[in-house]
Design a protein around this ligand. Sequence first.
Ligand SMILES: N[C@@H](CCC(=O)N[C@@H](CS)C(=O)NCC(=O)O)C(=O)O
Length: 257
Amino acid sequence: MTLELYNAAQSTCSQKVRLVLHEKGLDFADHRLRLFAGDQLKEDYLKINPNGVVPALIHDGEVIIESSVIVEYLDEVFPETGLTPADPAGRARMRIWQRFIDEVPTPAVRYPSYNQAFAKHFREMDAAEFERIAAAKPLRKHFFRKFARTGFSRETLDEAEERVSLTASRMEASLRDQEWLAGGRITLADFCMLPLIDRADDLGLGRLWADRPAVVDWYARMRARPSCAAAFYFGSRLSEQYEGIGGKPKAEPPGVT
Ligand SMILES: N[C@@H](CCC(=O)N[C@@H](CS)C(=O)NCC(=O)O)C(=O)O
């Protein structure tokens, strides 16, 4: 049996899949793509994922794309350490969270991530070069054109924050009476949410749930899991790659004082 994951250190969608692989104790070949060098747009990779984004999983020759689909696939094929509720109502609760995660916090954290971190790669570029890169992106062309090298507007950032805030309030409401997002046991929903809360925290948005004790407690419990340490190796957080994220100096690798 072979599992290969095409992914990127700082990609929240990749982190979802890495978390689930580590939680299940599955070994995988870790193919790390450099997104700002355009590895995801190379011909060979587009044959694997024509959307030109990470992650993509290859399991014994079968290609699976879309992070939410990948984690469900992994849980079906490797049911040991099951992360899906056994009863239909529990599964529905988990899937409702999955849809919410894909619709609300996933796109929301992208805007401040571009402004605070990724803009650096494009600032010096001339307009023609930027347009060449934007046009090559099968799914993200329009997003890139709106970003326009200079960054998103304050209004767009405010909307993104409102979505993170809505996410935190929905989480608080669920976690007040139950240990995990979809009920009494940990599910894929918790692992899909973690990278988004972690990214928002890294970007300095932790204040949006500072007064929501159940979210604070859930985040601490998630971070304490060995799968979290493995999935978020050094370099996975923006503050470990860039200066000034969330107002912090760039983090030094462990062991460096
Ligand atoms: N719906 C896709 C989205 C994947 C996605 O947006 N990946 C980003 C990184 S988190 C990416 O590869 N971006 C590359 C680019 O924008 O060129 C999934 O969940 O797998």
